[in-house]
Design a protein around this ligand. Structure first.
Ligand code: EPZ
Length: 423
């Protein structure tokens, strides 16, 4: 397994390009199953999760072609030859559950493996299933699979009220509702930019959707959807991640393509910590106001709140802040696995259930550390950028799921970082 070796190397300066959003692409790709006409995605990120989704769609009979080195995905699912999403693929990536709604809506039936949990939590899909039942589907859970069947006349429009603004459940219900008979209203829907991006793409395909980005989304079902070409929205989590590099090291970095509207709650916390963010025509220009950031409290919430996917990276910044910061993780039950690794680097962190208390120290010291999940892995790299000496981050396959060209992007602004091939 490969490792990444980072050595503290002073301020960073320059531009970092930000790719298309992994979590938008992973819901836009299954949308091809809703139509027998071609759906083309541009600005697609080149990530292992995208390869896994490609493999899954191809196993269902869809055609997925990566063009221009994978930045363009040309897809079409003229014939869905297989309605069985196998555990072997689904277990590699939980977002695979997002093929269930489109298959039910287009083909009237589907057998999809339950995704199982992951390092950060149990990750149930009960809200997805409740939404399909509300639309008239008959669901039978057995042998680790969901055996789903729509009514003979197809899914029916329904009022779906989520107890929690689940991103995936909103995406699955939204896609299924586009072809349901009648009107569907999703109440307490997730409001993430990836939801709006999906709705934009579905509208380009002919769907009738209103209210995306607000808690209430209304969908008028249509008989069929056509093809479209859609540009994947900028990845706000990659954006926030790289904004933290100059915040931690000093210097001035512009994250190309960044927009304040994608990261408002995050930027509000950065500003409170002493980091300047300016939106320019190129993107978001970031610099630290003084030599040391101030401690701030963080609570993760559904959008437009502070994103849980930036919690680990923010902790890396706060490890050397002046004062004590409290980070409350309210989305996932086990998302502080980066804390013991940061402690190995000299951080002073107390974790009690869903809250981590970070007592700022002057400077971290490089150490061998282990990546445990996607966002934890990049948090350790960020911490290593300003630590004294060398940090070796192992198990970086986690990183490849969500970040393309990390070494190239950080080296281009002056970081001392390299990838070492493992056995
Ligand atoms: C999406 O996961 C993202 N993944 C996650 O990003 C992100 O952390 C999460 O949304 C929250 O923003 C993709 O988009 C592929 P949820 P998702 O449904 O859809 C509970 C990353 O690092 N829940 O909003 O699974 C669930 O257990 C990944 O890129 C239920 O209880 O998130 C969790 O505690 C990590 N029942 C909470 O809700 C359900 O049916 C949030 O889940 C569904 C969810």
């Amino acid at each position: 397994m490969d490792s990444i070796v980072v050595t503290g190397n002073g301020p960073l300066n320059g531009d970092i390009p930000i790719a298309g959003a992994k979590n938008a692409c992973l819901t836009l790709m299954p949308a091809t199953l809703l139509s027998d006409e071609p759906l083309t995605l541009t600005n697609a990120p080149r990530l292992s999760d995208i390869k896994t989704m490609t493999e899954l769609l191809q196993s269902l009979g869809a055609e997925v072609q990566g063009l221009q080195d994978g930045q363009v995905l040309a897809m079409s699912s003229h014939d869905l030859s297989n309605l069985h999403a196998d555990y072997d693929i689904v277990r590699k990536m939980r977002a695979s559950i997002l093929v269930l709604g489109p298959m039910l809506a287009r083909a009237g039936q589907a057998v999809v493996s339950l995704p199982g949990g992951c390092a950060i939590g149990a990750r149930p899909v009960d809200l997805h299933l409740k939404a399909f039942e509300a639309m008239g589907a008959d669901l039978d859970l057995r042998d680790g699979y969901v055996h789903a069947k729509a009514p003979s006349g197809g899914l029916k429009g329904a009022v779906i009220e989520f107890p929690f603004a689940s991103v995936g459940a909103t995406e699955n219900a939204l896609m299924a509702a586009t072809l349901a008979k009648g009107t569907t209203v999703i109440k307490n829907a997730a409001r993430e930019p990836e939801i709006v991006d999906l709705a934009d793409c579905l509208r380009a395909m002919g769907a009738q959707i209103e209210g995306d980005g607000s808690p209430d989304i209304t969908i008028q079902g249509v008989d069929r959807l056509g093809g479209a070409t859609h540009r994947v929205v900028t990845d706000r989590i990659e954006l926030g991640t790289y904004m933290l590099a100059p915040a931690i090291c000093g210097g001035e970095v512009t994250c190309l393509g960044g927009k304040l509207s994608l990261v408002e709650a995050f930027v509000e916390r950065l500003d409170a910590a002493g980091i300047s963010v300016e939106e320019t025509e190129k993107g978001l220009k970031v610099s630290r106001r003084g030599d040391r950031v101030q401690a701030v409290d963080v609570v993760t919430e559904p959008f437009p709140g502070f994103p849980t996917d930036l919690q680990a990276q923010m902790m890396a910044l706060l490890c050397t802040a002046e004062g004590t910061s409290n980070l409350e993780e309210k989305i996932f039950e086990n998302r502080f696995m980066h804390a013991p690794e940061l402690t190995r680097m000299g951080a002073n962190i107390e974790v009690h259930g869903g809250t981590a208390k970070v007592h700022g120290v002057e400077r971290l010291r490089g150490a061998p550390v282990m990546a445990t999940d996607l966002r934890a892995s990049v948090s350790l790299i960020l911490a290593g950028l300003a630590a004294e000496g060398e940090t070796v981050v192992s198990r970086v396959y986690h990183l490849d799921r969500g970040y393309e060209h990390v070494v190239r992007k950080l080296s281009s602004v002056g970081a001392k970082i390299e990838r070492v091939r493992g056995e």
